[in-house]
Ligand binder design. Structure first.
Ligand code: ATP
Ligand code: MG
Length: 425
């Protein structure tokens, strides 16, 4: 790479004030929902032993096969930059013996994830996930609450055309029969599948249903449906969930081909997207489901669980697209602090801090020398008042307060400026 031409790694981005403010706002709103429903915040390491994802997310998933950033440490450990956070939360639950806590144990989180995918709209190599997980309860009301927290959070963020897709993919009892039926259907269509799905068909046929290639989408349409193969327990569980969603008036669509890209799901899977042009271009905003086998798979006791995660960048992209046409914000400062000369600069710096303590937002040109340049800037920012401190004012411990719209000026003692401005703004 040429010197002085360094770029952030492909698919990874610098975030600036605007995006970071949005992210903080989303986090704040998530905290409100989380507090209400009793989710506690958790932060797990960004790195985990690779095995957690190989076993948990699944060896034959796109994430584990193609998208993980995995490396050997100097000490010889094989670690992975987390592609998702659920397996880390489950690992923490097991490691800290949380199976003895009152159930369900509820967590929420926000943090960066890493997937070596092809970057495109709403798809990056580093992105942030915000998730909610509930461990220790099997009842479908838990699945309904999981969907509800994402749905309400997205609603409160101003999304109006949310579409919830939902499916039940069975459990170890009934999935075997479905896999067989699907395999035999896919075998009859091998020649029409994409190259990857020809492999998937043998290793993990369910994955074919998750393929986004046009060819495979077409084949999906006539494939056998898992809903016809559900055992009674799974079927009752799904019906129970749908009834809760109806009660909550969350509109949903049963999509019998929704399977999602991770192996650990059992029974419920769901995705939420925004039904607009920009929304469709990016894919789902949030997704999740039930993972009754994962805790045990990662070395814990048999523990049912359910959760999901939302992509922060996709949410922010849609909020940005939505607010693009709105008029620019009103100026945030009503006061501009100007100064001329070294003594005035010192006095201005002190006053600036006093104004901060008094919670008066002030813009300044403390590094500038020329008064006219500072006043020009104050004009541009459309502030209501300028404070002017020249050599004379600095010596007299006074300032001039200038009303910008009519140029009217008033001399005020330095120690009365805060009170004077508080009365004006
Ligand atoms: P997709 O089908 O779009 O690839 P996914 O099923 O891989 O999504 P999940 O693993 O369920 O996604 O992750 C939950 C959420 O995280 C997604 O709904 C999406 O908002 C976000 N997400 C997933 N991958 C990316 C990515 N590469 N860049 C940005 N956001 C992502
Ligand atoms: Mg994906």
């Amino acid at each position: 790479m040429a010197k002085n031409n360094y770029q952030a790694p492909t698919g990874m981005h610098d975030l600036f004030q605007g995006e970071l403010d949005q992210m903080a706002r989303i986090e704040q709103m998530a905290k409100r929902v989380a507090d209400f429903y009793g989710f506690e915040k958790i932060a797990t390491p960004i790195l985990e032993f690779s095995e957690i994802f190989e076993k948990g997310t699944g060896a034959f998933t796109d994430i584990v096969e193609k998208e993980m950033y995995t490396f050997k440490t100097k000490g010889g450990d094989i670690l992975t930059l987390r592609p998702e956070i659920t397996p880390g939360v489950v690992r923490a639950y097991n490691q800290h013996g949380m199976q003895n806590l009152p159930k369900p144990v509820r967590f929420w989180y926000l943090g960066p994830c890493f997937r070596h995918e092809r970057p495109q709209a709403g798809r990056y190599r580093q992105f942030n996930q915000l998730g909610f997980e509930s461990l220790g309860a099997e009842h479908p009301i838990i699945d309904a609450i999981t969907i509800l927290v994402f749905y309400s959070l997205l609603k409160s963020l101003g999304f109006k055309k949310l579409a919830v897709q939902i499916n039940c993919i069975g459990d170890s009892q009934c999935r075997g029969g479905f896999k067989k039926a699907l395999s035999s259907y896919l075998r009859s269509k091998t020649s029409s599948l994409c190259v990857q799905c020809r492999v998937r068909q043998k290793k993990n046929p369910l994955r074919v249903l998750d393929c986004k290639e046009e060819k495979c989408e077409a084949i999906k349409k006539n494939a056998p449906q898992i809903l016809d193969h559900l055992c009674k327990d799974c079927s009752d569980h799904f019906k129970g969930l749908l009834e809760f969603l109806e009660e909550l008036e969350i509109p949903y669509n049963v999509n019998p081909y929704l399977v999602r890209g991770l192996d650990y799901y059992t029974r419920t899977v769901f995705e939420i997207s925004e039904d607009t042009e920009d929304g469709k271009a990016q894919g789902s905003l949030a997704g999740g489901g039930r993972y009754d086998g994962l805790v045990k798979l990662l070395g814990g006791k048999d523990t049912p669980a359910c959760g999901g995660a939302m992509g922060i960048e996709r949410v922010i992209n849609l909020i940005k697209a939505r607010t693009k046409e709105q008029p620019p914000k009103e100026p945030t400062c009503e006061v501009y602090l100007t100064q001329v000369g070294e003594l005035a600069k010192r006095k201005a710096l002190k006053l600036f801090e006093q104004l901060r303590q008094a919670n008066i937002k002030v813009a300044e040109g403390l590094h500038k020398e020329s008064l006219s340049a500072q006043l020009k800037q104050a004009d541009k920012m459309k502030v209501k008042y300028s404070i002017i401190i020249g050599q004379k004012e600095a010596l007299d411990k006074q300032v001039i307060i200038r009303e910008m719209k009519n140029g009217r000026q008033k001399i005020v003692d330095m120690d009365k400026v805060v009170r004077e401005l508080k009365g004006k703004i």
